[in-house]
Design a protein around this ligand. Structure first.
Ligand code: UFG
Length: 328
């Protein structure tokens, strides 16, 4: 079976590419390398460098390969940046996806797994978020992903393009041997920053807000190991191919860790001091985001392998063996 992975040179996409290759799928990667890294793409995957919105380029990709299904990761994904650059986020995420879907329809590709986000929920009342929690994004990024989910619904009814949207909570960790991992420029995510501090690449780090209504006053997030996340993609794809059903699923763990608990776990894993300063809140951060993944567990049979210590120690393997990331 041939899977087209858009954004397959990015953090999550490169893990998907590696894992799907290992499981014996033929993998075609499309990535414009604006954020991704050539070196992150697993051996044996066929890389096409170009943009999903480029019709002629996508015609070449889809004519040269008989694609059975698509996993669509390619997107801009920084919440803060999305607030400064709505045009870029709508253009790249929404318009880009629309062109991709047109190309899929033109070439008769009927199945897509879409990388969505917890940011579609916005700032829900404290509690565990289910797929029935209302969507009310509080940032442009979440809004663009929700728009794409809705677009998929209409593409399904018009053209029979089956879709599964997976709403990720906080994805972290790395391939367990640390040969691929997270390399963003600039880095804004908590766990990579904590580990850059442990590695001595930063002297200290900031914790944004210490007065939230949470267990220790810092924000609580639901961290999911990137490899567990990808295993859900394979199950979602199989379920969609077998049943023809479209669906939306949360991917998280049902439990959350505060920012200070993450730092404390990283101190334990790395043995480093990791000095922190509690500073003002970061605009747009909800106090708590924790997923119910019961639907993915019951419908897809998804089971997670890794906990928070695995997440941090696998990420640490990557960061400590690649202090400059992919070096590009
Ligand atoms: N944080 C710090 N210091 C830092 C960086 C982050 O205290 O230097 C805090 C943030 O304020 C937040 C927590 O760590 O409280 C997690 O922040 P991240 O930036 O790591 O992740 P977010 O929860 O903001 O966002 C992530 C993904 C988004 C996705 C969202 C869904 O990056 O793409 O989860 O919940 F939309």
């Amino acid at each position: 079976m041939t899977i087209l992975i858009t954004g397959g040179a990015g953090y999550i996409g490169s893990h998907a590419t590696a894992i799907f290759r290992e499981k014996g799928y033929d993998v075609v990667v499309v990535d414009d390398l604006s954020k991704g890294h050539r070196a992150a793409v697993a051996e044996g995957a066929k890389l096409y460098v170009g943009n999903i919105a480029d019709k002629a380029f996508m015609d070449t990709v889809l004519c040269e390969n008989s694609v059975d299904a698509v996993i669509h990761f390619a997107a801009y994904s920084l919440v803060g940046e999305s607030m400064q650059k709505p045009y870029e986020y709508y253009k790249n995420n929404v318009a880009g996806s629309m062109e991709l879907f047109e190309s899929l329809v033109r070439h008769g590709v009927k199945n897509i797994v879409f990388s969505s986000t917890a940011a579609t929920y916005g700032q829900p009342e404290d509690g565990i978020i289910t797929e029935k929690t209302p969507n009310s994004p509080i940032n442009t990024y979440g809004e663009t992903k929700l728009a794409i989910e809705k677009m998929l619904k209409w593409y399904n009814s018009a053209y029979g393009l089956n879709y599964t949207a997976l709403r990720y909570f906080n994805v972290a960790g790395a391939y367990p041997d640390g040969h691929i991992g997270e390399d963003h420029h600039p880095e804004t995510h908590l766990i990579p920053i904590v580990l850059q501090c442990a590695a001595g690449k930063r002297d200290r780090m900031k914790i944004f807000g210490g007065d939230y209504p949470t267990k220790d006053g810092t924000c609580v997030r639901d961290y999911i190991h990137v490899c567990d996340l990808i295993s859900a993609h394979e199950l979602a794809l199989k379920h969609m191919l077998e049943t023809g059903e479209c669906g939306i699923y949360n991917l998280g763990t049902g439990g959350g860790y505060s920012n200070l608990e993450i730092v404390e776990t990283a101190r334990k894993v790395t043995g480093a001091a990791i000095p922190t300063d509690i500073v003002d809140r970061r605009p747009g951060d909800p106090p708590t985001l924790v997923a119910s993944s019961e639907k993915a567990e019951t419908v897809l049979g998804w089971q997670r392998k890794y906990g928070i210590e695995d997440i941090i120690s696998h990420a640490w393997k990557w960061h400590s063996s690649h202090p400059d990331g992919y070096g590009d």
